[in-house]
Design a protein around this ligand. Structure first.
Ligand code: ZN
Ligand code: ZN
Ligand code: ZN
Length: 579
């Protein structure tokens, strides 16, 4: 499945660099080879050249179970059986957590979270705390190692398996198209690119929740919790369970024809990245004064039901997205990395905004951003613009784009001292997706702030604990009934993970982390709009999140106008039926 708003898949792989820890590499688990890293399968490696290397990770088939757990729980060491088994000695547990006794593999404190939120992760990553880079990355070998595996005797499948034991490590010019190259997009930039949330229709007997968003209260649709799209099984398990949704929701796209029947459609969620929904929410309020969830849902269902009336899926409009989809597979094209960059939490853009907001006390947006002397030789006295009052000059500028203004400034002295406010209007006109400039409240909605991996890990630990607990009870019941009662008293059943303190503390702490990166509002009269504009243009190449925001904003604006066309057409149809 892909995001219904931006058209990008949720299961996206990443090839790490030599400098990054193991967690910085991941493979969409629906991929064929059963590893958590991008293996060196039989694809031709020659284009990679000498920059790339491989790292032996052991037999892929045997490792997969343990390493998968590593990925999901963010741990490095495989859990031993002892660690997974609850204490059987019958002594009261010293652990007072609400899960009861010590269980499950330990999380390395903040490892992946740290990677995802650190502001300094643009091009380099630190190893998780307590581990040095050297511990994690040793024995890189040249690509020729995997070429040598082929003695001409083994079949292609066996060779493939052998090669996948070797993780591909990306150099700057890596041409390996099974994952995005870590040299070109950081883990921090890819923050939450696998997170799925759904919009679903309310079911009969729907009850409001305390944490409902306003638009959930008043429409026929509501939000699920979050899931992770890396794993086909877990991509449909939304946590926390909201409005009973986890039991019955499946996510599907507008190309899914099973949605043609009304009875099925009611069970099917409309999936998106929470950050894409944040943009939809803003664009919808801007255009319609409200979050039009119902119209969005209706449009998706319409595209499902009448594929013959609709030329293409409604979000696959961007050329880079179309180029990346090849026969249902995702191609990790070089230069298209921005497609998976988080469009809301953008560390470098935040720095630019902070700098533009730092203005001297006597700052005025009617002032000129330029300093220095006029050069009389460059503009003649015959310059007609010099005779015009400044209000007229500003009105002229109002009709021009940034390039024309730059030219005008060169050709006429009259335009050299345009006030800073001119760049405010330019920005709002040309870069409307920078909502920080025109929105009073830039706080993202709650679910876009949350690290879904963290909560999925909690869910899994809770389930694993339950599983081990039941197995132990079963064993004691047959072999050691004397101790059964004591043991059960010391090992209570797990609460739902989202009822625990651990959840609440985790939720609070990841909200805090996200807030450090969230957009800041830019007050009209206290922002150096010239500086902001110039810095955005100058750094555009590195502002992948902002590039992605521009793309998604365009798609969403288009979706909203189609939503409204569809809603109008529907009303007309209904009226005709009435007659
Ligand atoms: Zn999206
Ligand atoms: Zn490579
Ligand atoms: Zn607010």
């Amino acid at each position: 499945i892909y995001c219904q708003l931006c058209g990008v898949l949720f299961n996206i792989s990443r090839i790490r660099t030599r400098k990054e820890p193991r967690e910085a590499a991941w493979l969409s688990l629906s991929a064929k080879y059963g590893t958590t890293w991008v293996g060196s399968n039989a694809r031709d490696h020659e284009p990679c050249g000498d920059d790339c290397s491989v790292l032996y990770r052991g037999s892929a088939a045997q490792k997969s179970a343990g390493e998968r757990l590593d990925l999901e729980l963010h741990v490095i060491d495989n859990p031993t059986k002892d660690e997974l088994c609850p204490d059987l000695t019958g002594e009261p547990s010293s652990d007072t957590s609400q899960y009861g006794p010590e269980y499950g593999p330990k999380l390395i404190e903040g490892s992946l979270e740290k990677l995802q939120t650190s502001e300094n992760t643009l091009h380099t990553l630190d190893a998780p705390s307590g581990l040095s880079i050297e511990d994690l990355n040793t024995d890189f070998e040249p690509l020729s190692v995997i070429e040598d595996l082929d003695d001409g005797e083994i079949g292609l499948k066996a060779l493939n398996d052998l090669r996948c034991d070797y993780e591909h490590i990306a150099g700057p010019n890596c041409e390996y198209l099974d994952g995005y190259n870590g040299n070109h997009i950081s883990v921090g930039e890819m923050r939450e690119c696998s997170t799925v949330q759904c919009l679903v229709r309310k079911i009969d007997g729907w009850e409001p929740l305390d944490d409902d968003q306003d638009f959930e209260k008043y429409s026929s649709c509501c939000l699920t919790g979050l899931a992770r799209g890396l794993d086909p099984i877990w991509s449909n398990r939304f946590s926390p369970v909201r409005h009973g949704s986890s039991e019955w929701v499946t996510a599907a796209n507008d190309c899914d024809y099973t949605l043609r029947s009304e009875e099925v459609a009611i069970w099917v969620g409309l999936p998106f990245h929470p950050t894409c929904f944040e943009l939809f929410r803003r664009a919808s309020i801007k255009a319609l004064g409200r979050v039009a969830t119902e119209e969005l849902m209706n449009l998706r269902d319409y595209y499902c039901k009448y594929p013959e009336r609709t030329a293409e899926p409604f979000c696959q409009r961007n050329d880079d997205v179309v180029d990346s989809f090849q026969e249902g597979d995702w191609r990790y094209n070089r230069g298209a990395e921005y497609l998976v960059a988080n469009p809301i939490f953008i560390p470098t853009f935040k720095q630019i905004c902070d700098a533009a907001r730092t203005v001297p006390e006597d700052f005025s947006i009617q002032g000129s951003p330029f300093f220095g002397h006029d050069d009389p030789a460059k503009s003649s006295n015959k310059d007609p613009f010099l005779r015009l009052p400044s209000e007229i000059l500003q009105a002229i500028v109002g009709y021009l784009g940034s390039k024309d203004i730059a030219l005008l400034r060169l050709s006429s002295r009259a335009f050299r001292h345009l006030p800073i406010s001119v760049w405010y209007w330019l920005l709002v006109e040309e870069l409307p997706f920078i909502y920080e400039a025109w929105s009073d409240d830039v706080h993202p909605y709650k679910w876009s702030l949350i690290d879904s991996g963290r909560f999925q890990a909690l869910t899994k630990r809770g389930e694993e604990y339950e599983r081990m607990r039941e197995a132990t009870i079963e064993t004691l019941r047959t072999n050691d009934t004397d101790n059964l009662e004591t043991w059960m008293k010391n090992s209570p059943a797990a609460k739902s993970w989202y009822d625990t303190d651990e959840y609440n503390i985790g939720m609070a702490s990841c909200m805090e982390e996200s807030k450090a990166l969230q957009p800041v509002s830019l007050p009209y009269d206290k922002t150096n709009w010239y500086k902001l504009y110039i810095e955005i243009v100058k750094n555009w190449k590195d502002l992948k999140g902002l590039q992605n925001r521009k793309r998604i904003w365009k798609d969403i604006t288009d979706i909203i106008s189609r939503m409204m066309e569809h809603a109008e057409a529907k009303t007309d149809e209904d009226e005709q039926v009435d007659i």
